[in-house]
Every structure is written in structure tokens, then in C-alpha cells.
Design a protein around this ligand. Structure first.
Ligand code: B3K
Ligand code: ZN
Length: 849
């Protein structure tokens, strides 16, 4: 168990480690409860570090023997590690420790999952494997020997000698300990090869549990596509003779970029048409790309310390988003990313967990793998690219790879590369890394004698620990349309640096219509007073697909807010504009599907709060239901036509074209099932030959309260498939009506297949309840209480997953006094748990503050 005493680590206290690690030799004698790890490590003094005691991290290790230069030593145990006197020059450190992978339920360090050994070391898990300076700026070359009776034994780098009961691996690239990995198990392999642009043949393998071999082909194609894309777009080649991926069932997050041996949550790599939805395929492709891209942005160039996490994560998310745009279309990818940013990052940035993209302090670094570090971190890279332009971005990246290959770098290093290669001063831009909170941007327009003026004002509300905010650099992409809808000013990027700033467009013959913040060029909340007619004009004519979608999104939001706060009837001006667009078969089905989507309940709650209302989750839910029913009835004759247009007749393929059609078809079918009581959905369910159709039909049946038979049939068909059963659990908790969600969730937790120690299953049930906005935020606090019960239970086993899910409470202060009291009581109950983990303690304390 981790020590709950809160020690805070600060960025300003960074000090280099006093020694360099010349090389590391590890031998693992694997046994479920008594694995021996024998380490031989050469240290030499680091000339660039201040005097310090020799300290090695170590947690939950039983020390068998330690020696320096062959002489046995008895180190002193200190908080989180050991110290001992060492010679003044270079020396050999040897340690033998014993660890207990089978009892490692935190899934950090070396642990067991379904009979196989695997590791997760980022951020600070290596210290649970052996004593070591477990910090990213200490890099070394690792040689590993694994001894066990497992048929497959893997580690980082290239394979060396192997024989009966052992396998050796050598990784020639110096790396920090967080990139160390080891896997051993009875695994099946899906092999392939890739030849790099300079002609090196690389062996590719995806290792899975027996029975999952048939679900590897898509992941393998995604890997090869990623390798090719990184060569073509960033000029980055792979650098080892082998690249291995292993799928494991028990994993705290999506996947991990260990050098040459990526470890994946099986949900993020295994795919087949029968068991995976189109969304699963797209996500798997993106995560495989993300982890692969880390080989350069993260592994070859790593982070000096964990405060610099966004250096690798923001950049790698940005790169994987570029990849997905190229593979599947930029417009819908951008729309999805903005929805995700607003759904996850904005609430974080605007609540008690708000922190800068580069935090300045933490207690538990695992709590900072956040939407802010990842997604806002990627937005910051996107803004930088927009400001300097595509070519300058590309030269700056070349310089970054040249200059910092092999380094543990900082945000300062990253920005200096851009300053040196473009001559720009980025000191103000750097505020994006240090200021937390979402900037609010407002715009007004003026027209005078051929000159059109856009006047902007920005301000960022206070966030925890940051009362005063300074103006940020905002790239504001703008285009101008003529009254007949022609584009008269193609997209241009205005660079806002002041709190208030105006930009003029001269020599125009008529007052234009401005399209502002195209492509969502900066992660801000934009306010613009505008008539519904003008928004409908942009919905009809904007040449920027993102802003076209945004115009519809704002109209949808305004319509719903009017329904919620004033009992207004649905806005037919918006609906007619939307109908025109839905009927336009020259538009991609995928784009039309995005247009059909409505703002989420959480987003509406956030919006109401922002405008000074107290959100009522039930009223939000009801408004969405009413609007969906209204749309279904209004479009009764359009829907069958759209359904027909969306039909896919070719055999299933998870490509962009088919995916778009199915997305539109599913949206349409959900509306139709409101008219026919679920008849079409039942037919679709019965005839489905792929999971995308089957699952969405099941969802429509659940909504229509006609799912009893289908749920049973689905269960019988899929009860032995872990990943599909996660969907079965998730859908029921996520789609239950507000009044029933808690009871449904409770019943699911009593189901024989509810394995609460498996993070995927835990999240599929409790995470889906959290996503069921009105159900979770039930007025009597039953949702909060149920989640608190489970978090209290899980904390002893798995602090990381528990802490992550505490974020469900981050918006508690936006609701009414009754809900607040219930949420607070739940949080206080968690906080009072004996032996509360450091992870959860930090989260709950911040949320309560
Ligand atoms: N770098 C890992 C995340 C590690 C999380 C540690 N709590 C996966 C990724 O971002 O690619
Ligand atoms: Zn990453």
C-alpha cells in the first residue's frame, strides 16, 4: 500500500541525479509469488549534478542481498527507497530482490494477468521491480535475461540467446526505466514484417492469448500504416529489428509505448467485425499509431521529469490526430476531437482539478495523465503549427529530432527549437503551458464604408492557485463570406496577443458574414452575439466544415437551453436548415451523421452553469428526449430515405466510407425507433452481421424499452467474449433511464460476470453509470453513494483506476444544494477510508477544496 502522507513534489526543485547509469543487466527468475530479480548496474559520478546521497527508489521489494563492487552492503531503508555510502568513483551495484507479481493488483510494476506475466512501469512502476533511480532523466542500455517455463518470454530491444527455460534481450537504445517491459506467457503470435524506407526489414508481432489470434489482423495493418506514415510525414524510421505488441486483459489504461515491446489493453488492439464496432476500429488504429509514434516522441526524445509529460503526450496526441485525419478525413476527426475536448478537458479546466498543461506540483504523477496534459497539450501544438505555418513546423520538428535525439528534454527545449528555427519570440506563447483554465473569447463586429472590423476580448477566469491570468496568444482562424454565400476571404489566421484587439478587413463591397475560429483554431470558449438567421446562414454556407458543424451545434445548444430554461418549443429554423443539409447527398454521410448528433447532457449542464443557471439533470434529459421525439416526427418521411442512402451492401470493412454510412444509418435508426416502437431496430438487431449494427440496434431497443429479448440473446451469443461482454454491461448502465440507472447498475455489479478487479469490467459498469448524466446525478444522491461504495472497495486493490474515476465528482459544485450535499458526503466518506491511497487522497482533496 502506498503511503498516504501527502508529500508534494515541485517542478522548481528539479535536481539531476548524482550518477550516470552506464548499463543495466537484469535477470528475472519468474515465479507467481516469489519472482527473483537480480540487477547488476554500473554507476559513475554525474559531473553535472550537485553532491547528494546515493538514493535508489524501491517499493514493495524484499531485499535478499545488495553489494557494491562485490562487497555485501546493508542499505538504509528510507521513505520510498534505500540509501547507502558509495565509493567516490565508478562502481558496480548488485541487488537481488524478491517480488510477488501474483498479488500485485495495482497493475503497476510486474504483475500477472490471466496467467501471464507483464509489466507497467510508467510513470513510477519500475521501483516495484528493483532498486533503481526511477526517474526519466536517468537513461541506460538494458540487457535482460528471463528465466521461466513460459513458452514466450519478451523484453525490450532485439532478441539475443534463447533456450530451454530462458530468453535474453538487449536494447541498444538508452532509455529511462519507465520504458522497461517484460512479458512471459503462453501466447499466440500474429507475425508480419515491415521494410523501412532505408531498406531494413523489421519483424512485427502481435502476441495474444490463445483464442484471440483471429483478432490481430486489423491492428497489424494499423501498425504498418503508422510506420509508413511516420516515415512519409515526419521522416522518422523505426530503429530496431523487431517491434512487438502484446495484448493483456488487465490494464489500467489504453496502452504503453515501452521500447520495442508495446503492451496494450486487449480492448485497444483486438478487433473483428463481429465483435468490434466501427468506433472500436478507429480507436484501435489511433492508439496503435499513438504508441508507435512515441518511439520518436517519447522514447528517442523523452522527458527530463514528469512535469514535462505534455512534451511527449501532447505532441504524440497531435501526431496521432494528424494520422487519423489522413486515414479517415480531417473534418469529422476535428469535430470529434472538439466534442471530446469540450466533454472531458473543459470540465477539468473549469473545475477544482484545473491544472496547467505543464503542472508545477503533484503528489501522485499518475493523477496527471489528464485530458489537459494530453488533449489540451495537443491543442497547444496545433496552435503553434498554425502560428508558424506548415513548413516552419516541419523544419522545427526536424531540428527538434536532430538536436534532442537521445535527450531527456523540457518544454523550454521544445520552444527554443521553434524560436531558433523561426526567429519568433515565444515567451508569451509559453503561457499556454503555465496558465490553467479555459480562455473566454468574445467577438463583436462593425461595418463602416467598406471596412469590416472584428473586435475580440479575451479573459481567463481564476483557477485553483491562479487568481490572475495574463492574455494568451490566440491564433484565430477567420474567413469571410459574401451575402450569397461565396467565400470572399479565405481562411486567414489572426494573431491575438492583447486582452482586447481589433482586426480590419478593408475594401469590401458589402458587409460580409464572418466565420470565426475556423477549425476550432484555439481551445477557448467563444461568445458571439448572433441572430439565429445568421447562424443558419453559416450552417448552410460556411466553407469550413468544422464551423458549419459548429453553427448547427450552437443552434442545437440554444434550442435545448431554451427548452430547458424557458419551456420553449424546438427551433424549426435550425431543424429546417439541418434537414436541407441532411438531404444533401453530396455531403459525406459521416459529416451528416455528426450534424445529426446533439450536444451531450454534460455539455448542456456546463453551459447552463456558465450562464448562471443551476443545471437540473432531469430537465436536461427530458429536453433531449422531447427534441429527439420532435425530430423523429418532423422528419418521418425523410428518415427512411436517409436509411436507404446509408445502407452498406458491400461486405463489412471498417473503412471511412462504410463507417460514415453506418454512423448515419445508426443515427437515423435511433429516430425511427421512436416512431415504430423499436420494430426496425429489432429487425436490424436480428439481421446484424457486425457489432456496429448489432450494438446500435440494441441501444435503440433499450431506449424504446423493448430490449429484454435482445439483451438475453446478445448475452447468450457473447457470454464468453470478454470485450463484448464489457459492451453488454456498459450499454445497460449507460442507457438506463435516470430513475432506474442506479438500480440497473447495482444489479449489474451483482452479475456473476462482474469481475470488479478487472479495470475494463469495472469501468464498463461504474464508468457507464458516470456517463449516464441524469442517472448518476440523481437528486437523492444514490448515484454518488453507489460510486463511492465501489471506489472505497477498489482503492485497496487498484489505486490508479480508483483515482481516475474520482474525477466523476469534479463538477459537483455546479448542481443544487441537495445534490451538492450528497456529493460532498460521498467524497468525505471516500476521504475517511482507512489507508486511503496517495492517489485517491490527492484527487478527493483537490475535488473537495
Ligand atoms: N504513456 C502511457 C500512459 C502511462 C500512464 C501511466 N499512469 C500511454 C500513452 O500515453 O501512450
Ligand atoms: Zn501517449
Amino acid at each position: 500500500m502506498k503511503d498516504a502522507a501527502p508529500t508534494t513534489i515541485y517542478l522548481k526543485d528539479y535536481t539531476p541525479f548524482g550518477w550516470q547509469v552506464e548499463d543495466v543487466h537484469l535477470t528475472f527468475r519468474l515465479a507467481p509469488h516469489a519472482t527473483r530479480v537480480i540487477a547488476k548496474i554500473h554507476f559513475s559520478p554525474n559531473p553535472n549534478a550537485p553532491e547528494q546521497d546515493f538514493f535508489l527508489h524501491g517499493e514493495e521489494l524484499t531485499l535478499i542481498r545488495a553489494a557494491i563492487n562485490g562487497e555485501t552492503v546493508t542499505p538504509e531503508q528510507t521513505d520510498g527507497g534505500i540509501t547507502c555510502p558509495v565509493p567516490s568513483g565508478a562502481f558496480l551495484w548488485e541487488a537481488e530482490v524478491e517480488i510477488d507479481p501474483a498479488n500485485n493488483t495495482a497493475l503497476e510494476g510486474l504483475y500477472m494477468s490471466s496467467g501471464m506475466y507483464c509489466t507497467q512501469c510508467e510513470a513510477e512502476g519500475f521501483r516495484k521491480i528493483t532498486y533503481y533511480p526511477d526517474r526519466p532523466d536517468v537513461m541506460s542500455v538494458f540487457t535482460v535475461r528471463v528465466e521461466s517455463d513460459m513458452p514466450v518470454m519478451l523484453s525490450n530491444g532485439n532478441p539475443g540467446a534463447a533456450g530451454d527455460g530462458f530468453a535474453e534481450w538487449h536494447d541498444p537504445w538508452p532509455k529511462p526505466a519507465y520504458l522497461f517491459a517484460l512479458v512471459a506467457g503462453d501466447l499466440r503470435n500474429h507475425p508480419d514484417t515491415f521494410t523501412t524506407k532505408s531498406g531494413t526489414k523489421v519483424d512485427l508481432n502481435i502476441y495474444v492469448r490463445p483464442g484471440d489470434e483471429g483478432k490481430c489482423a486489423f491492428g497489424m495493418e494499423a501498425l504498418k500504416a503508422s510506420m509508413k506514415w511516420d516515415e512519409d510525414v515526419y521522416g522518422r524510421e523505426y530503429d530496431l529489428g523487431v517491434f512487438n505488441i502484446v495484448a493483456v486483459d488487465d490494464f489500467n489504461m489504453g496502452a504503453m509505448e515501452n521500447k520495442g515491446l508495446n503492451i496494450f489493453n486487449s480492448s485497444c488492439v483486438l478487433a473483428s467485425p463481429e465483435t468490434s464496432t466501427d468506433d472500436n476500429f478507429e480507436r484501435i488504429e489511433a492508439i496503435i499509431a499513438h504508441e508507435y509514434f512515441h518511439n520518436w516522441t517519447g522514447n528517442r526524445i523523452t522527458c527530463r521529469d514528469w512535469f514535462q509529460l505534455c512534451l511527449k503526450e501532447g505532441l504524440t496526441v497531435f501526431r496521432d490526430a494528424q494520422f487519423t485525419s489522413d486515414m479517415r478525413g480531417a473534418a469529422v476527426k476535428r469535430i470529434n476531437d472538439v466534442r471530446d475536448l469540450r466533454g472531458r478537458q473543459f470540465p477539468e479546466d473549469q473545475g477544482p482539478l484545473s491544472h496547467p498543461v505543464r503542472p508545477e506540483s503533484f503528489q501522485e504523477i499518475n493523477n496527471f495523465y489528464t485530458a489537459t496534459v494530453y488533449e489540451k497539450g495537443a491543442e497547444v501544438i496545433g496552435m503553434l503549427k498554425r502560428l508558424v505555418g506548415d513548413e516552419a513546423y516541419s523544419s522545427a520538428l526536424d531540428l527538434y529530432f536532430d538536436r534532442h535525439d537521445g535527450d531527456a528534454a523540457t518544454i523550454e527545449d521544445w520552444l527554443r527549437v521553434f524560436e531558433d528555427s523561426t526567429g519568433r519570440d515565444l515567451s508569451q506563447f509559453k503561457r499556454w503551458y503555465s496558465q490553467s483554465g479555459t480562455p473566454r473569447l468574445s467577438v463583436t463586429e462593425a461595418w463602416d464604408d467598406g471596412t469590416f472590423t472584428l473586435s475580440f476580448e479575451q479573459h481567463t477566469p481564476p483557477t485553483p492557485g491562479q487568481d490572475e491570468k495574463l492574455p494568451q496568444v490566440l491564433p484565430i482562424a477567420v474567413g469571410l463570406l459574401s451575402p450569397n454565400g461565396d467565400e470572399i476571404q479565405p481562411t486567414t489566421v489572426l494573431e491575438m496577443t492583447e486582452a482586447k484587439q481589433s482586426f480590419e478587413f478593408k475594401g469590401l463591397s458589402a458587409r460580409p458574414m464572418a466565420s470565426v475560429l475556423r477549425e476550432f483554431s484555439a481551445p477557448v470558449v467563444l461568445t458571439r452575439e448572433m441572430s439565429r438567421e445568421d447562424r443558419a446562414f453559416l450552417l448552410a454556407h460556411d466553407t469550413d466544415p468544422f464551423n458549419r458543424w459548429e453553427a448547427g451545434n450552437v443552434l442545437a445548444r440554444e434550442c435545448l437551453l431554451g427548452m430547458i430554461t424557458d419551456g420553449a418549443t424546438p427551433d424549426t429554423l435550425w431543424l429546417d436548415g439541418l434537414e436541407t443539409l441532411l438531404r444533401d447527398s453530396t455531403l459525406d454521410p459521416d459529416f451528416r451523421a455528426s450534424m445529426l448528433d446533439l450536444p451531450g447532457q454534460g455539455q448542456l449542464a456546463q453551459e447552463l452553469h456558465e450562464r448562471g443557471h443551476t443545471p437540473d439533470p432531469d430537465a436536461i434529459y427530458d429536453a433531449l428526449q422531447t427534441l429527439q421525439q420532435f425530430r423523429a416526427e418532423r422528419w418521418a418521411d425523410l428518415l427512411p430515405k436517409l436509411a436507404e442512402e446509408a445502407l452498406v451492401t458491400a461486405p463489412y470493412a471498417p473503412n471511412a466510407e462504410q463507417t460514415g454510412k453506418r454512423a448515419l444509418g445508426n443515427g437515423v435508426m435511433h429516430l425511427i425507433s421512436r416512431l415504430d416502437g423499436g420494430k426496425a431496430a429489432q429487425a436490424r438487431f436480428d439481421g446484424a452481421d457486425n457489432m456496429t449494427l448489432q450494438l446500435s440496434a440494441l441501444a435503440a431497443l433499450l431506449r424504446a424499452e423493448k430490449a429484454e429479448g435482445a439483451l438475453q440473446a446478445f448475452y447468450e451469443q457473447w457470454q464468453d467474449d470478454r470485450l463484448v461482454m464489457d459492451k453488454w454491461f456498459g450499454l445497460q448502465a449507460g442507457m438506463a433511464s435516470p430513475a432506474r440507472a442506479v438500480e440497473v447498475t447495482k444489479a449489474l455489479t451483482e452479475h456473476e460476470k462482474f469481475d470488479w478487479t478487472n479495470p475494463n469490467r469495472f469501468r464498463s459498469v461504474l464508468g457507464s453509470l458516470i456517463g449516464n448524466h441524469a442517472g448518476f446525478h440523481r437528486a437523492d444522491g444514490a448515484g454518488y453513494a453507489l460510486l463511492a461504495d465501489w471506489l472505497i472497495k477498489l482503492d485497496d486493490k487498484n489505486p490508479q483506476t480508483t483515482a481516475r474515476m474520482c474525477a466523476a465528482f469534479q463538477t459537483w459544485k455546479r448542481y443544487d444544494a441537495g445534490r451538492q450535499a450528497h456529493a460532498k458526503a460521498a467524497l468525505e466518506r471516500i476521504k475517511a477510508k482507512p489507508n486511503l491511497s496517495r492517489d485517491v487522497n490527492e484527487m478527493v482533496t483537490r475535488i473537495l477544496s
